[in-house]
Design a protein around this ligand. Structure first.
Ligand code: NAD
Length: 489
């Protein structure tokens, strides 16, 4: 079995801990690797390394061109390793290989995109009225804690590392407990790039409540960029407030509405409902898990969803014929099964699936996608983030009701609307309070366009221009151009 070290101060290390964490293949339930379960002391060391690299190291004073070139090198090296990394992602996380391949390709694009931004960081001249000049300098925010979830391990790392590096920050990345392997492989790629000074990127594995908490409570960290659950996001904000008012950006949970009007193109709409909700086993923050369907097509739509879902192949992600892999863990599978039971008790009609798969899949964490019909928006299965392949199909009468239901949620990450009427589509886009709205599609994500949520889905935006701004401070500089005395006394 493979043992992976952490990456601290430019060295591969087991840390002070002798405690190791087992890493599983969720398709088989087998332990495939071990990684250190870092202690708070290990985290302190990593923070110290990042602090030194920021305060004394050359990184923040590199030119944009120099930093950009480092990011391009990372992208090139990742591209060379793409096939191996995609396979490892599937073995560790469970998702189908084609999706891991997309993720690795997107991670490459992310490093290239933000590599380009490194030479395009500049402030502005402020139009003040006096004989003086005021301008804004953009500077790196400092030492950053990057905390990521398990559903897109390498991609989430890239979304945070790439802009933080382009901005000139130094960082400590903490991968999720279940899925550290591709990120630890990335450490080898980073280590091989001579121009990247030691200590700029540190990677610490361990428990969220221990090392993640130490990172967000540290007085030596200037910012935490977090992706994960709303519950943990709240803890991170509290820790930031109680320590040094560090900056936070939070990409949190969701319960996104996917709205289907009767005039939508029927076949693509049904496919969009299933893809929007079940892709990546439904373990997607923006999953369209509340499927709002206009009454006049409701029964036909649910029927078509059932028929299509029957054709979805489920099994180990390495087999390319499978469209859905296992859920991440036994514990998570049981949690999702718990929601299936809850939905039934609440009075929703389970019209398809929801059962754990047995036979030769029994050792893995496989669940049939579940479709609930006649769901009301007040039910727990319509309000709470399940993070699994469970669709709640809710009927609505007209546009006004669709918008009201769509907004009746504490979350506001994403949403989609399907119709051939562009005027109606745009009215709904404006009325739904969420950070990403798709029209006649659901889920496409681009590194060039901002990502993030309204309401309890988060604070701030990643990607696009916003992505780089997240890791920059604005310094206002004033230059007096008047030679006359101030005349104050
Ligand atoms: P999680 O919140 O349980 O864990 C996320 C990370 O936080 C992990 O690395 C974990 O170790 C760490 N952590 C846990 N407790 C901590 C603490 N007290 N202090 C600091 N760090 C701590 O989330 P998860 O189960 O890994 O991922 C699923 C969640 O992530 C879902 O809610 C999903 O919606 C969300 N998510 C959001 C986005 C987005 O862009 N908005 C993207 C992907 C996932």
């Amino acid at each position: 079995m493979k043992t992976y070290p952490m990456y601290v101060a430019g060295e591969f290390t087991a840390g002070v801990t002798t405690q190791m964490m087992d890493i599983y293949n969720p398709a088989t339930g087998e332990v495939i690797a071990q990684v250190p379960q870092a202690t708070r002391q290990d985290m302190e060391r990593a923070i110290e390394a990042a602090r030194n690299a920021f305060d004394r190291g050359p990184w923040r004073n590199f030119t944009g061109q120099q930093r950009g070139r480092v990011l391009f090198k990372i992208a090139d090296a990742l591209r060379k390793e793409a096939a191996r990394l995609a396979e490892l992602e599937t073995v560790n996380m469970g998702k189908p290989l084609t999706e891991s391949e997309y993720d690795v390709a997107d991670a490459v694009t992310c490093f290239e995109y933000f590599g380009g931004w490194a030479t395009k960081i500049f402030g502005e001249v402020n139009p003040i009225p006096d004989n003086a000049m005021s301008f804004t300098l953009k500077e790196p925010v400092g030492v950053c804690g990057l905390i990521i979830p398990w559903n897109y391990p390498l991609l989430m790392a890239a979304w945070k590392l790439a802009p933080a590096l382009a901005a000139g920050c130094t960082m400590i990345l903490k991968p999720a407990e279940a899925t550290p392997l591709t990120v630890l492989e990335l450490a080898k790629i980073l280590d091989a790039i001579e121009e990247l000074p030691k200590g700029v990127v540190n990677i610490v594995t361990g428990l969220g409540e221990e090392v993640g908490a130490a990172l967000s409570a540290s007085h030596k960290v200037d910012k935490v960029a977090f992706t994960g659950s709303t519950e943990v996001g709240r803890l991170i904000m509290q820790a930031a407030a109680k320590s040094n008012i560090k900056k936070v950006t939070l990409e949190l949970g969701g319960k996104s509405p996917n709205i289907f009007f009767s005039d939508a193109d029927f076949t693509p709409a049904v496919e969009g409902a299933l893809f929007g909700c079940f892709v990546n086993q439904g373990e997607v923050c923006s999953a369209g898990s509340r499927i709002l369907v206009q009454e006049t097509i409701y029964d036909k739509f649910v029927e078509a969803m059932i028929e299509k879902t029957k054709t979805i192949h489920i099994g180990p992600g390495l087999d390319r014929s499978n469209k859905l892999g296992p859920l991440i863990s036994e514990e998570h599978l049981q949690r999702v099964e718990g929601y299936v039971e809850k939905g039934k008790k609440e009075g929703a009609r389970l019209v398809y699936g929801g059962k754990r798969l047995g036979g030769n899949l029994a050792k893995g964490y496989f669940l049939e996608p579940a479709i609930f019909a006649h769901v009301t928006n007040a039910m727990a299965i319509a309000q709470e983030e399940i993070f699994g392949p469970v669709a709640s199909v809710i009927p609505f009468k007209d546009e006004e009701e669709a918008v009201r239901l769509a907004n009746d949620t504490p979350y506001g990450l994403a949403g989609a609307v399907w119709t051939r009427d562009i005027f109606k589509a745009f009215r709904v886009v404006r009325a739904v309070r969420a950070g990403i709205l798709w029209v006649n599609h659901m889920q496409p994500t681009y590194v060039e366009a901002p990502w993030g949520g309204y309401k309890q889905s988060g604070i701030g935006r990643e990607l696009g221009r916003y992505g780089i701004e997240n890791f920059l401070e604005a310094k206002q500089v004033y230059i007096n151009l008047s030679e006359a005395p101030l005349g104050w006394y």
